[in-house]
Write a protein that binds this ligand. Sequence first.
Ligand code: 6CS
Length: 372
Amino acid sequence: MRTLIRWLGSLTILMSFILVGCSDSGDDSANKEANTQQESSSSSSDSAAKSSDTVTWRFALEEIEGSVQDAYAKEFKKEVEKASDGSIKIDIYPYGSLGTSSQLTELVQQGAVELAFASPGHLASVIPEVGVFTLHFVLSDDNDVNKEVLSSDKVHDLFADRYNSQGLELLSIVPEGWMTWTGTKALKTPADFEDFKMRTMTSPILTESYKAYGANPTPMPYSEVYSGLQLKQIDGQVNPIFAIEEMSFYEVQDVMTIAHHAQFISTVIAGKDWYDGLPDDQRKILDDARDNLVDYIYKKQEEFNQKRLDKIKESSDIKIVTLTDEEREAFRKASMPVRDIYIKEAGDRGKKILDTITSMVKEKEGQMEQGE
Ligand code: 6CS
């Protein structure tokens, strides 16, 4: 863990230079082409043509090997390489080899990597509308409902042009499991958060959710959380259980509180120019793999979170507290004013997004109850 943190700083700088190195010549578009189509003779002007030579797509992760994002990328690689008969090769860069989440988004914008994960908890600093996924008690307690809503074209289309305006293509919205609080104590009521130094991801709208509980939110990159907890710079953090296990946060915390207040959501992004310039056959392979992965990743994240919870229980004596419905209700109430702050930040479009998602969730829950 500590090795990962130490390496991150130096590797980030080194790899960023290697990946974008060519772009210092001044001819940015030519260098992008050189970067993204290194081994290919096809170019973006051939977009309708069928490509035949080998190309490499680089896929950067916000998480380490063995994570949900890693499982997604490996399955994506398998599908794409098979469907293209090996003419498209996927290189996966796990967290620690390139940079922080925000830096990965920048690398996609620069054309230095083609594909990446971008979690709203960080990305909302750039696209405020995605901050909706950091609000509490918006999605359903039933993940089958969330799957239907989040993978729908309707929800994708709400965000598509916001990503485009940042030079990005939104490919998929991927849930990774219930956010779970860890801390130096149990967090059973909003009062327990009073002055509690809670590490959050870096977007301002996310910090508002914890201010609403009276906490002292402390944004920091993922790679600094373990040492922050160990050195008592922060009292707690929030992440899905698989991450709490693989990043070893449970080793330096006393209590895990399960409130089911929000899902951890990430998004898969590509560079817009790169995506638009893909030959039709390659774009179809990418889109098909993305569509096929919806069921796969829902099942995988559930399996990962369950198995890692068992592992935490076996290998530590961390206390695990699950909130009752009444206890959750107090948090739900306290979280409601944050929706107004979100709407202020994300404007009319944000309001439309929030209203659409909440009404779709309600509608799907109704349909599921009636067995439709
Ligand atoms: O807490 C974070 O910053 C990170 N957590 C996860 C589970 N994935 C990526 C994200 O950057």
